[in-house]
Design a binder for this molecule. Structure first.
Ligand code: ADP
Ligand code: MG
Length: 235
């Protein structure tokens, strides 16, 4: 479904992503793991259209979407939750959720169904639907931005470090949420530094190091790799 070929991302002279190739099949949950600075976010943001590709390509269902405008990419079916986890603090949880459906004007019925579905899948959000989003805990805000991304009814969901800065018990809840979303059939590319947690929900994984793919395989294969910590730590 999602095919990234020889992708390169640069910031001036800095080569953040140095020719990476990866694939995510329909319904798969693929983890992209690696140390801080490995190039994971740059990869994700380039797929999302927020950064231009210096080389290489991104295809969705065979269609070239390389360096498309972010809104175009959303319309093609890719929703992204960046690591910044931004909610609109003065808007309610429900209003924040509805903003995720901005590309679906004219599909009031479908949007209403998806809103009801998100609120029933994630009762914690339903309980807080009328509350300003700024009053939510960090973990609840993370749930909200993920649910908001789902409101565009994406084929592919890109998640950047959903566990970042959250307490372990909350991290468990976020990963439960990701597992629930996977069961709904959405295809997921999950960027994480928390390798253990990422592998616990992923079908397959790629390990990124210094802008390149250092290893790839099933979650079990990557988890069993003895030199994983060396790859991961960039040693
Ligand atoms: N806006 C930027 N300007 C310059 N360099 C950047 C910028 N964003 C990221 N980088 C650099 O690109 C590399 C990859 O960063 P990033 O994609 O954020 O990695 P990760 O998400 O794996 O931590 C790092 O060396 C980082 O310092
Ligand atoms: Mg990052």
């Amino acid at each position: 479904m999602l095919e990234v070929e020889e992708l390169e991302v640069r910031y001036g002279a800095i080569r953040a992503v140095r020719g990476i190739s990866l694939r995510v099949a329909s319904g798969e949950l693929v983890a992209l793991v690696g140390a801080n600075g490995a190039g994971k976010s740059s990869t994700l943001m380039c797929i999302a259209g927020a950064l231009k590709a210096a080389a290489g390509s991104v295809h969705l269902d065979g269609e070239d979407i390389t360096s498309g405008k972010p809104e175009t990419i959303v319309r093609r079916g890719i929703a992204t939750v960046p690591e910044t986890r931004d909610v609109f603090p003065d808007l309610t949880v429900d209003e924040n959720l509805m903003l995720g459906s901005y590309i679906r004007r004219g599909d009031g019925k479908g949007v209403a169904e998806d809103r009801a579905r998100m609120l029933s899948l994630f009762p914690r959000l339903a309980e807080r639907a009328a509350q300003p989003a700024g009053t939510l805990s960090g973990g609840e805000q993370q749930m909200l931005v993920i649910a908001r991304a789902m409101m565009s009814r994406p084929k592919v969901l890109l998640l950047d470090e959903p566990s970042l800065g959250l307490a372990p018990v909350i991290v468990d809840q976020i990963f439960e949420m990701i597992a629930v979303l996977k069961k709904t059939g959405v295809t997921i590319l999950l960027v994480e530094q928390n390798v253990g947690k990422a592998l616990s929900v992923a079908d397959r994984a790629y390990v990124m190091r210094l802008g390149r793919i250092a290893a790839s395989g099933t979650a079990a294969e990557i988890g069993a790799q003895t030199d994983l910590s060396a790859l991961y730590l960039g040693a």
